[in-house]
Design a protein around this ligand. Sequence first.
Ligand SMILES: Nc1ncnc2c1ncn2[C@@H]1O[C@H](COP(=O)(O)OP(=O)(O)OP(=O)(O)O)[C@@H](O)[C@H]1O
Ligand SMILES: Nc1nc2c(c(=O)[nH]1)N[C@H]1C(S)=C(S)[C@@H](COP(=O)(O)O)O[C@H]1N2
Length: 195
Amino acid sequence: MNTLRIGLISVSDRASNGIYQDLGLPALEEWLTQALDTPFELEKRLVPDEQSMIEETICELVDERFCHLVLTTGGTGPARRDVTPDATLAVADREMPGFGEQMRQISLNFVPTAILSRQVGVIRKQSLILNLPGQPKAIKETLEGLKDEQGNTRVHGIFASVPYCIQLLDGPYIETHSSVVAAFRPKSARRDTNN
Ligand SMILES: Nc1ncnc2c1ncn2[C@@H]1O[C@H](COP(=O)(O)OP(=O)(O)OP(=O)(O)O)[C@@H](O)[C@H]1O
Ligand SMILES: Nc1nc2c(c(=O)[nH]1)N[C@H]1C(S)=C(S)[C@@H](COP(=O)(O)O)O[C@H]1N2
């Protein structure tokens, strides 16, 4: 009954106005499909960089669609119209500062401009909400981390911590494909699985 529900929000003026094709939602969906062993349902939204619209969309996905996880992409930088973190904080019950800190740290392994992202992680009701940068490649980089040529993890992505966080919020028990990203939980929180 407690199916994992994930909200995806692509925040982009140009994609939402049809100036270019949105690559954010497909990149998010593709990564989740590869990473998750647990079945999930998606709610997908494409919105412009308007704070009120981003806030409304997050609230709709959390309060009416009962998403356990909401991932945004885009609008986290310093430009005037980059307001995704501001919208996310405005509707948050609690901030989870470790996610923002860790995402920037991970991204520094890929781009020196990682520091320009103001991305945050927050909790609203039952839902964990995470901001990812707008470059479609940043989605995989941030969620999965860095691997060496043999596929061994060099830097853990933040998704390693997401299943346990959602478990602590009384959400479903999420299992991942460890070849993509291994979910970390304390032993006492693990179910009888191969983790
Ligand atoms: N949804 C998207 N689809 C495809 N490419 C994107 C998308 N969002 C961002 N990008 C790419 O990543 C870059 C950085 O993303 P950012 O969120 O800063 O967008 P932006 O420059 O404010 O433009 P816009 O909001 O119009 O997408 C963009 O300039 C664009 O090249
Ligand atoms: N992993 C990762 N993080 C990244 C990037 C990236 O390409 N990969 N781009 C950086 C850049 S150039 C900017 S300006 C900020 C904010 O991007 P956004 O406005 O598209 O959200 O994210 C940064 N973080």
